[in-house]
Design a protein around this ligand. Structure first.
Ligand SMILES: Cc1cc2nc3c(=O)[nH]c(=O)nc-3n(C[C@H](O)[C@H](O)[C@H](O)COP(=O)(O)OP(=O)(O)OC[C@H]3O[C@@H](n4cnc5c(N)ncnc54)[C@H](O)[C@@H]3O)c2cc1C
Length: 435
């Protein structure tokens, strides 16, 4: 696939697309075109709900390519224009501005988009969403001490926004439909610890409650949120964080296999060998778990970019790394490795300093995931060791897992080095909050 005349078109200039373009620009002589509907060159999203809202990170520090990166010269960047239609037979894509691009290989890196609320008043000014840098900037512009903020959704993004808002002095309430935070993604005890910390920081939590209506102040802005519980929460700003859905439309329209994402094999090839899908949008076959999975995480986008870059250099590569996700709230780091939801039992390791790691085991006792909460320093090493255990398909004894002083390294097969922090290894410049 490499060669002067190989035309690689990447649709989507987020983490996966941006990194892939950079790798191809460095390591191949392919002609790379990157199409992004956003007006900005590729940037990282994790800082948006953290440093950008806190006012400590500007756009430059979120860029995926450093100032002197060869990608700036080598990649044909088509910004602010969406890809609208693929012609598989002719191997061309049409863009929203009417232009067309021919490809030898097409990579769909279209990511996810936010789910929106359809309740009355959702379109009022000061009812925000957070996925892009521009949206983060608009929200940050409304962050002034003493303002009242309603966060709809007690998921990762909602909770990071709440933590940043408290830091900026906003009176913050989180409204969550479930009876606990992060209901589908972390164990009950971890969610409780996190809820306690948010309350200690001054966040008001409204569980088992839904926003039924945003009330206008008569001048087009929100002044209150009406809840299903009958409560009315006065507010100056609201932000909706109720999950995301994969941008699969381009693929579905031309008959590629699509489920909750674009279905690909472990080398990230779609049902058309001339088209790959990577990052949030890809439902890929994970050899370690022997099933298709879709992972919405920074590290997954990075790993996928590397796999396709290697494949386009004719190197064998499969997406088999152990999934990793982190979230920073206050000085706490929540870190998830593997696929905890595949576990049927949990072993808890709790330390005196309040740090906790829950190990998730399948019915045969194989470790399939772990969820940790603590400072990055207190849980980072054990989380990274657990990644290796998961990769080794280990069946560790419960006693060592449970013992706060138990050495996870002693459970590893072979004397393997502890891997570097996953995110820092790939992007230490951009992610100071990561382990
Ligand atoms: C606020 C926020 C905080 C986050 N924090 C963390 C964190 O702490 N830890 C973590 O692990 N993950 C975090 N994530 C998730 C992580 O950023 C994503 O998993 C990652 O960005 C996925 O990369 P991607 O390239 O697949 O998709 P995206 O980054 O979503 O990029 C897709 C791009 O494709 C563009 N696009 C879509 N359709 C088209 C089209 N038809 N034509 C042209 N362009 C198109 C989109 O506009 C977008 O720019 C966070 C995400 C957000 C939004």
């Amino acid at each position: 696939m490499s060669g002067k005349h190989t035309r690689v078109v990447i649709v989507g200039g987020g983490q996966a697309g941006g990194r892939l373009a950079q790798l191809l620009a460095r390591d191949t002589d392919a002609a790379v075109t990157l199409v992004s509907e956003e007006p900005h060159p590729p940037y990282e999203r994790p800082p948006l709900s953290k440093g950008v809202l806190l006012g400590t990170r500007g756009f430059e520090s979120c860029l995926i390519w450093t100032e002197d990166d060869p990608a700036w010269r080598a990649v044909d960047l088509r910004l602010g224009v969406a890809a609208e239609r693929i012609d598989r037979a002719a191997r061309r894509i049409r863009l929203a501005d009417g232009s067309e691009l021919a490809y030898d290989h097409l990579v769909l890196a279209t990511g996810s988009r936010l789910r929106t609320l359809t309740v009355p008043g959702s379109g009022l000014a000061n009812v925000h969403l957070l996925r892009s840098y521009d949206q983060a900037l608009a929200l940050a512009g409304n962050f002034a001490s003493g303002k009242r903020l309603v966060v709809v959704g007690g998921g990762f993004i909602g909770l990071e926004i709440a933590a940043s808002a408290r830091h900026r002095g906003l009176k913050t309430t989180v409204v969550e439909a479930s009876d606990r935070l992060l209901a589908r993604v972390v164990p009950e005890r971890i969610a409780r610890l996190l809820a306690q910390r948010h309350e200690a920081e001054g966040v008001a939590l409204r569980m088992s409650a839904m926003v039924e209506r945003f009330i206008s102040n008569g001048r087009g802005a929100v002044k209150a949120a009406e809840l299903s519980t009958g409560e009315t929460l006065p507010c100056d700003v609201a932000v909706v964080g109720v999950g995301v859905a994969a941008n699969t439309e381009l693929a579905a329209a031309v008959g590629l296999d699509v489920d909750v994402g674009i279905r690909v094999d472990s080398a990230l090839r779609t049902s058309d060998p001339a088209i790959s899908a990577i990052g949030d949008v890809a439902t890929f076959f994970h050899p370690l778990y022997d099933r298709h999975v879709r992972v919405e995480a920074w590290q997954n986008a990075e790993d996928h970019a590397r796999v396709v870059a290697a494949r386009l250099r004719h190197e064998a590569a499969v997406a088999d790394s152990v999934p990793y996700f982190w979230s920073d709230q206050y000085d706490l780091s929540l870190q998830i490795v593997g696929l905890p939801h595949l576990g049927s039992s949990v072993v808890e390791r709790c330390r005196d300093d309040g740090a906790a790691i829950h190990f998730h085991l399948d019915p045969a006792g194989r470790i399939v995931g772990a969820t940790g909460l603590g400072t990055a320093g207190s849980i980072g090493r054990d989380i990274r060791l657990t990644q290796v255990l998961i990769a080794q398909r280990a069946h560790p004894g419960r006693a060592v897992l449970q013992d706060p002083d138990g050495r996870l390294k002693s459970l590893l097969a072979g004397d393997l080095p502890v891997p570097p922090p996953p995110s820092a290894a790939a992007s230490s410049r951009s992610l100071p909050g990561a382990i």
